[in-house]
Design a protein. Structure first.
Length: 442
């Protein structure tokens, strides 16, 4: 492909080998010292490395600036099968597979003695049947290393402080956090993948009310839990807590299990003790978690997060776009975060590449609309979960049976399939199935 550097003469093309495909760049780069790169990506979480690889694979010079130093611990450890497709599309799946992460074949929902397992193999035709449970310190480092191998200039310890955009260029003011020096990087486009750093949301005032009630999450890693049988060992467990909220158990292949609770802040704040004492008390109150963790012990200090939902009033603008949590994030209950981060990274990387090449790009139709629709499906599921309708549906085997493959597909992250009626109008579908259950119960 051509790197579109304005005013440069046509150059001879030479092939460069990127993973499995050949791409072409100009043999002699044009004298554009004023541009440090074609695209600057902020943040090296899954959205950032995926987006950076997406543009670099198409021959654009890409710098990814990350304020932290890897490996570092982050929450968001259970992937969905759709994530595997997206990783494969970017040439990242092989590197992930080589890490030997726990293979996740399903999601088990538990409420007291009730349980319902969704096996991803029973989704809709064409859906992938498995995904991974990933310790994020290792996963994010794996993606960053692979991004470098695919040509991305990944720079750690670089914090973006300021961004400026004009008709022709985008520039970032970047501080080297060790040397305490600041430099300006200039490019044709910026992709903000800064997650909760929310760089452009803060600088451009993009924050919007999420519509989600405040919730609190407390989580840590345990060792020594009782693992289920091998075939279902990698399932995520989602336990309806008997008093308030829900619990997650995410088993890793390194012997650790991520355990967390999400509940109302008022309930959490009224509990006595340290965060770890509160978490352990709540785990003991749930019969399923209590049994599985009876002999387990925590191996990391717990973290408490509040008000983690985010929403932007815009996902793109003049020479910028946001992807992953730097845009919209709802709730952890269906493990949608990383998968949506990869979905938005893949879409935006393609549109940024075309924009940099000088093509006319309809960002609303190509980005805002599909991402808003994808998030809307998960929003309907999240609202149905906390409203109590989805647990009623999931634990009603008779009603669920006819539509289970459709729900399984959504739980696998396939929220953009037009051939799934549940994805087309999720909120209404949940309401009508739930109404049928309520009528039958009268
Ligand atoms: P991040 O992973 O947050 O990466 C952003 C990167 O940008 C960071 O490395 C950060 O250091 C960097 N950065 C920030 N500011 C700057 C700056 N100024 N300059 C340079 N770099 C910067 N998702 C799932 O898929 N599965 C789950 O099981 C799951 N569980 C969750 C549980 C909880 C309690 C919560 C709150 C979320 C959960 N999520 C889960 C969501 C998941 O954590 C996020 O969706 C995911 O990490 C988003 O990836 P990202 O790349 O957009 O952002």
């Amino acid at each position: 492909m051509d790197c579109d550097h304005a005013g440069s003469p046509p150059q001879e093309k030479i092939p460069l080998f990127y993973g499995a495909s050949y791409v072409y760049i100009r043999a002699q780069m044009p004298p554009t010292r004023s541009f440090d790169a074609d695209v600057l990506v902020i943040g090296a979480g899954p959205a950032g490395t995926a987006a950076a690889v997406g543009v670099a694979r198409q021959g654009l010079r890409t710098i990814c600036v990350e304020r932290g130093h890897f490996p570092r611990q982050v929450v968001g450890e259970s992937l969905l099968p759709r994530a595997n497709d997206l990783l494969a599309g970017l040439g990242l799946l092989d590197a992930v597979e080589r890490r030997g992460y726990m293979v996740k074949k399903g999601a088990l929902f538990l409420r007291g003695s009730e349980r319902e397992r969704f096996s991803f193999a029973d989704g809709l035709a064409g859906d992938s049947a498995t995904s991974f449970q990933v310790p994020r310190d290792d996963f994010d480092q794996t993606l960053a290393t692979e991004a470098r191998r695919q040509g991305v200039d990944v720079r750690f310890g670089q914090e973006v402080l300021q961004a400026d955009f004009d008709n022709d260029s985008a520039s970032l003011s970047v501080k080297d956090v060790w040397r305490d020096q600041t430099q300006t990087l200039r490019a044709r486009w910026v992709l903000d993948c800064s997650g909760y750093g929310r760089v452009l949301a803060r600088l451009l005032k993009l924050d919007e009310a999420t519509g989600q009630p405040a919730r609190v999450a407390c989580f840590t890693h345990f060792e020594g839990d009782v693992r289920p049988a091998v075939d279902v060992e990698g399932d995520i467990w989602v336990c309806c807590h008997p008093i308030n909220g829900w619990l997650w158990l995410i088993p890793f292949s390194n012997g650790r299990t991520s355990v967390g609770m999400v509940c109302d802040p008022a309930y959490w704040d009224a509990l006595e003790g340290t965060p770890l004492q509160k978490l352990i008390t709540q785990l003991q109150r749930d019969p399923n978690a209590a049994q599985r963790l009876a002999a387990a012990r925590p191996v990391l200090p717990p973290q408490v997060l509040r008000e983690y939902s985010t929403k932007n009033n815009k996902l793109h603008g003049q020479r910028w776009a946001v992807a992953g949590n730097a845009g919209d994030f709802l709730d952890p209950v269906f493990s949608s975060g990383v998968t949506l981060a990869l979905e938005s990274a893949t879409l935006s990387a393609d549109l940024v590449t075309r924009s940099v090449r000088g093509e006319h790009v309809d960002w609303e139709a190509g980005y805002t609309v599909p991402m808003t629709q994808a998030v809307a499906v998960f929003r309907a599921m999240v609202n149905g979960w906390y409203g109590g309708q989805l647990p009623d549906i999931f634990f009603n085997k008779q009603k669920l049976a006819r539509i289970k493959s459709r729900f399984t597909s959504l739980l696998g992250g396939y929220v953009r399939r037009d051939d799934n009626p549940l994805a087309r109008d999720c909120a209404r579908s949940i309401a009508s199935v739930h109404a049928a259950i309520a009528t039958a119960a009268v």
